[in-house]
Design a protein around this ligand. Sequence first.
Ligand SMILES: NC(=O)C1=CN([C@@H]2O[C@H](COP(=O)(O)OP(=O)(O)OC[C@H]3O[C@@H](n4cnc5c(N)ncnc54)[C@H](O)[C@@H]3O)[C@@H](O)[C@H]2O)C=CC1
Ligand SMILES: Nc1nc(O)c(N)c(N[C@@H]2O[C@H](COP(=O)(O)O)[C@@H](O)[C@H]2O)n1
Length: 231
Amino acid sequence: MRPYIFVNLAMSADGKISTRERRQVKISGADDFKRVDEIKAGADAIMVGIGTVLGDDPSLTVKSPDLKAARRARGEDEHPLRVVVDSMARTPLDADILCKGEGRRIVAVSAAAQAGRVEALREKAEVVVVGEQNTDLTLLMHELAARGVGRLMVEGGGTLIWGLFRAGLVDELITYVGSIVIGGAGAPTPADGEGFAREDEFPRLELAGVERVDDGVLLRWVVKKEVHSAL
Ligand SMILES: NC(=O)C1=CN([C@@H]2O[C@H](COP(=O)(O)OP(=O)(O)OC[C@H]3O[C@@H](n4cnc5c(N)ncnc54)[C@H](O)[C@@H]3O)[C@@H](O)[C@H]2O)C=CC1
Ligand SMILES: Nc1nc(O)c(N)c(N[C@@H]2O[C@H](COP(=O)(O)O)[C@@H](O)[C@H]2O)n1
């Protein structure tokens, strides 16, 4: 058992999600940020990697008062369960994701994380130990399902998204392509990590939606489940 996992990200017209210094960039326009808030409010949990926490310090809270009220009316916390994938327990104790807004948090660490750091994090969040050196994403998904997470939204960054694709854990990819060029061979992209080497490893996608939003394009892809052989 695992949640339905959808990735939502914004990239520049040249396929970058932040600058070469991993500095956060506003790629989405007002309408797209509104859309993101809506799908966040409809999720049971929202997840980022530790690189995003250290780089952007996101709160991952629902922003619209109406959407927060609707969640409360459904008997839910104002904000979805917030999850950080953080093998070595590096999440700062004053990170916005731990401190801003009510609701539950999970920090997913590995057995290699320092015990002192794990204990300190337990004051602020539930800590789940999955994996030896790296957080085991498949085990983590089972833990989330066991806690009632049916729909999981993943915001990034590129290393975590790559890890999820490699583990066959992405059901849907929603990409907003904005009208800027960031450039930089080393700037993060939607799926970084080591990358797939062979064509038969590539996840295959079915285009499920194309829409103009702000001055960009919103693309919705559904990940095909069948295994493909090399062309
Ligand atoms: N434009 C957009 O929509 C978004 C952009 N970003 C950007 O992405 C950048 C951060 O991305 P990254 O540095 O790649 O960090 P990341 O947020 O993808 O976190 C990666 C880290 O997760 C940890 N991890 C633990 N287990 C893992 C596993 N099994 N698989 C993969 N990762 C695992 C590792 O410590 C790894 O370094 C920032 O510059 C941020 O601004 C982040 C989110 C959305
Ligand atoms: N959808 C989207 N569009 C952009 O232009 C972005 N820069 C991002 N970044 C993601 O949003 C997070 C910020 O969340 P909070 O506002 O702090 O709740 C950031 O960390 C990225 O994950 N996303």
